[in-house]
Design a protein around this ligand. Structure first.
Ligand SMILES: [Zn+2]
Length: 224
């Protein structure tokens, strides 16, 4: 029997975590768990947790840690009912208390964390990447570009639909510094947390995304 692969993707905004998590998830057919999507899904499906999440969203408040961990529990229980292969958790945990809660949940569900993949890149590169994103103004298209890694063929025009591109307010350099400060304060301590548990593997996120992808793929394959 093959081993379960229970992986967390970790890294600063701009490190390429979300992109890599999605690619690896589809390549290995491992469910990709993104907490933002979990919340949206629960709200759409009007589950009990979803209704609670909706009341937070409607009142403009952040969904509580407890509710998020309950959503993850619900998701993992559903996955475990099927032919269980594991999961890729993307964007969670973001704080030490969340990591502790997740650790307890794994204990409760008898799951073992396989690895935390830590995609690293220096801060100046992250700022550059975070402020290089451009998005198609056509809401039905929404294609995402990056002036460094995925340039549009014609400057400021969408390759897919020809509409203009724009920069989101939270993709400016100033916003990038703010996001990275928040990450450094709240989330970066998790690096030490998982390293001490001997669960962290560093990946050089400065390389070409395809190289990063291949390196992660080899690493995950080695856990099978
Ligand atoms: Zn477009």
């Amino acid at each position: 029997m093959k081993k379960e692969i229970n992986i967390i993707f970790f890294g600063a905004p701009g490190a390429g975590k979300g992109t890599q998590a999605k690619k690896i998830s589809s390549k290995l057919n491992l469910p990709h768990i993104d907490t933002g999507n979990l919340i949206r899904e629960a709200i759409i499906n009007k589950t009990e947790l979803g209704q609670r999440a909706q009341s937070f969203v409607e009142s403009g408040k952040l969904v509580t840690d407890q509710l998020v961990i309950d959503l993850i529990r619900e998701k993992l229980i559903v996955l475990k009912d099927r032919h269980y292969k594991g999961f890729i958790l993307d964007g969670y945990p973001r704080t030490i208390p969340q990591a502790n809660a997740l650790g307890s949940l794994f204990g409760e569900l008898n799951l073992e964390l396989t690895n935390v993949i830590n995609i690293q890149a220096p801060e100046d590169m992250l700022v550059k990447r975070l402020s290089s994103r451009r998005i198609c103004t056509n809401k039905n298209c929404g294609a995402i570009y990056n002036l460094i890694t995925k340039k549009p063929m014609t400057e400021n025009k969408c390759d897919l639909c020809g509409s203009n591109l724009y920069q989101r307010k939270d993709d400016t350099e100033e916003a990038a510094h703010e996001r990275l400060n928040e990450y450094n304060n709240k989330t970066a301590p998790l690096e030490k947390y998982y390293r001490e548990k001997d669960k962290l593997t560093d990946i050089d996120g400065t390389k070409d995304p395809n190289n990063v992808y291949n390196e992660i793929l080899r690493l995950v394959d080695s856990h099978k």
